[in-house]
Design a protein around this ligand. Structure first.
Ligand code: MTE
Ligand code: MO
Length: 201
């Protein structure tokens, strides 16, 4: 799964970086693709992003409307439960805060839903406070389909399975509802710094 060129194989993090690598993780410079099914290819003129569920009204954006929202570009580290971490990845996206602004809700939980049927649950607090974006660019270019394009959730402080590719919306909920991998024994929350890989960790 992890690919490394010979010169980088077994490369150790610089001392200054070791504090950025959660327990049980190793660095990769590659960008592995991990998908539970085929890559969907939804035409952009059929794509929408929807916030629905336990909220005062359902809101949707077309691709054009979504791209017109304010977005920000930032650098962050990502940590996959299969033990690779990648430092200093550069993303551009729309903050979930921006999508929730002006909506009235008391919901405490969210489920991201996607083309292809993948879901993942995240406490709503973890998607707010500028901690999560709907990313549509990676490293200065439109997000490639295999990495979740046209748009994916990015929640970099949780294991990367929470960063749902091909996201089409967020369902707000009063109760927590495990998503695809969470139902298959992955941890419900997935904090890489606590090594919350599997249920019971
Ligand atoms: N829709 C969808 N999102 C997904 C997945 C998936 O199978 N389908 N896999 C998850 C897992 S397990 C990981 S590790 C990351 C992988 O993202 P990448 O392929 O861009 O590295 O996406 C997450 N988001
Ligand atoms: Mo994963």
């Amino acid at each position: 799964m992890t690919t490394a060129s010979p010169g980088f194989h077994g490369r150790r993090p610089a001392a200054a970086d070791s504090s950025r690598i959660p327990p049980g993780q190793h660095l990769t410079t590659a960008f592995p693709v991990l998908s539970a099914g085929p890559t969907p290819h939804t035409p952009l003129d059929e794509w929408t992003f929807t916030v629905r569920g336990a909220v005062d009204r359902t809101v949707s954006w077309t691709w054009e409307e979504f791209l017109a929202l304010p977005s920000r570009t930032f650098t962050t580290d990502i940590h996959c439960v299969t033990r690779w971490s990648k430092l200093d990845t550069v993303w551009t996206g729309v903050a979930v805060d921006t999508l929730l602004a002006g909506l009235d809700f008391t919901a405490a939980y969210a489920v991201a839903f996607c083309d292809g049927g993948y879901t993942t649950n995240v406490p709503l607090a973890d998607l707010r406070g500028d901690r999560a974006v709907i990313a549509h660019r990676y490293d200065g270019a439109p997000l490639e389909a295999e990495h979740g394009g046209p748009a994916r959730l990015l929640v970099p402080h949780l294991y990367f399975w929470k960063s749902a590719k091909w996201i089409r919306g967020i369902e707000l909920r009063d109760d927590d509802a495990p998503g695809f991998w969470e139902r298959y024994g992955y941890h419900n929350y997935g904090d890489p710094w606590q090594e919350q890989r599997y249920s019971g960790d």
